[in-house]
Design a protein around this ligand. Sequence first.
Ligand code: MN3
Length: 238
Amino acid sequence: MHFDRRQLLVGAGLVLASAYAPRVFAQDRTAPFSLDPLPYQPNALEPHIDARTMELHHGRHHRSYVDNLNSALKDHGDLAKKPLHEILANLDSVPENIRRTVRNNGGGHANHTMFWQVMGPQGGKPSDELRQAIDRDLGGMEKMQERVNSAGQGQFGSGWVFVTVDKDGKLDVTTRPNQDTPLMDGQRVLFGNDVWEHAYYLQYQNRRADYLKAWWNVVDWNRVGERYKMAREGKLTI
Ligand code: MN3
């Protein structure tokens, strides 16, 4: 049987489209928040991220952010009616006695919800639209990776490195300490990497640079592309 290149690409596209049926994003939920299951097996990202790290990171660390956030909000019915991105963008209006808890754990919930979504065992390639934005705003794939790696490496202590996207689709690279997120400044996160030691220490020990480099192997560009499209449509929240 003979296939030309175009037929092969169309065929591959169909397979990918079915494998990547839109996932329900935890976008606009309100409290009590819940921990969604990992969208793949804990060992799916090996050899780049080991299963034990994934189990602990998702099942213990992320779960504790969700539990702590819910318990902080449980006597604040007004806040509990707001979606997470709105709470995070208006931390000044969160009562002072729970503000730090909401900042740390609400940020942690938003950051990790994004994090699991943008990784996967089948990385794919950025969509044409996203690729053009990466070329235009970040100097291409290679330069973007260098910039993200170097920002992630330069984040002292715990934190995150993010690629943000604005409503015009413009991309930028930024970092935040702890569980802070650009959502707290009303921005949107296209994707990002967790540089807390809990994200890599079992496998990489203190070699954060090796983890940052290896992480690109598990970025799911199909998912990132979906998020880019949602951002352009004003539908991306967390
Ligand atoms: Mn983490």
